[in-house]
Design a binder for this molecule. Sequence first.
Ligand code: CAA
Length: 285
Amino acid sequence: MGNQIKSVGIIGAGQMGGGIAHVCAMAGYDVHVYDISTDGLHEMLANISGNLARQVASGKTTDADRDAALARIRLASEIADLAPMDMVIEAATEDETVKRKIYQQLCPVLNPEAILATNTSSLSITRLASATDRPERFIGIHFMNPVPVMKLVELVRGIATEDQTFQAARVFIDSLDKTITVAEDFPAFIVNRILLPMINEAIYTLYEGVGSVEAIDTAMKLGANHPMGPLQLADFIGLDTCLSIMQVLHDGLSDSKYRPCPLLVKYVEAGWLGRKSGRGFYDYR
Ligand code: CAA
């Protein structure tokens, strides 16, 4: 099956939306990114430009390919600007109410043939699909952060997702030179089902005084060969995102082993969300 998708709309200009825009533009797609924050859109473009400059400097791409990719990215000030896209990937905040509201605004204007995908890292694809007008053309396409570097994409079908949608999504992800893992529609799928309890346990290890932030991260970097320590990784993912994934696991699987660590809850309540807010387990200010 050839690739029917030529244009990609992205909702959300955060680190995930920006990374997805980066790889789609590099793969030759016309990309329109919508976000409620115009400042957020401009910040995203500056980040993509900086990341592409690093890729040019390390010989991974050329000046000409970088310029062509940047020229393919358009900033959309209205959600309706995404109407003609062949596929829209929603990469908004990990909050079901927010996502549902976006689908309510998008679906009435979006090309009825378009595939609607969500980059959710934990929520039920079947339940999100039920908030759209096209459950058969709705699918979970879960990228990893940083998107331009990480090879994996989780592909998750909802109960109503048609085979044609699944195959089109497969061809699309292949075209981005990513490796697909198919996961069933259970809370947090595969990567976060395993990764987030490990991060939560690292936070318990800190909470119970077993080790300092540095000791825990060094232990896992040098003792388990992880590229980043679990607390550094939590800051990188965003502590609010980590908490919402733990809550989805706890609620969805009804098992106390997924109880979010009270220290994680406290940090999020304080607005210490990790790298993006300037403070988490580390200080970035
Ligand atoms: N865009 C483009 N390139 C980037 C980049 C970005 N955002 N971030 C890093 N890179 C590139 C760098 O340019 C560098 O390229 P070269 O080798 O060509 O120089 C390369 O990646 C390595 O980067 P650095 O030298 O800056 O730093 P590093 O070696 O410490 O690697 C890292 C950084 C790739 C982020 C590495 O620390 C890592 O793999 N960390 C773990 C990331 C991880 O686990 N991600 C999954 C999170 S879970 C998730 O995403 C699921 C979810 O839903 C929550």
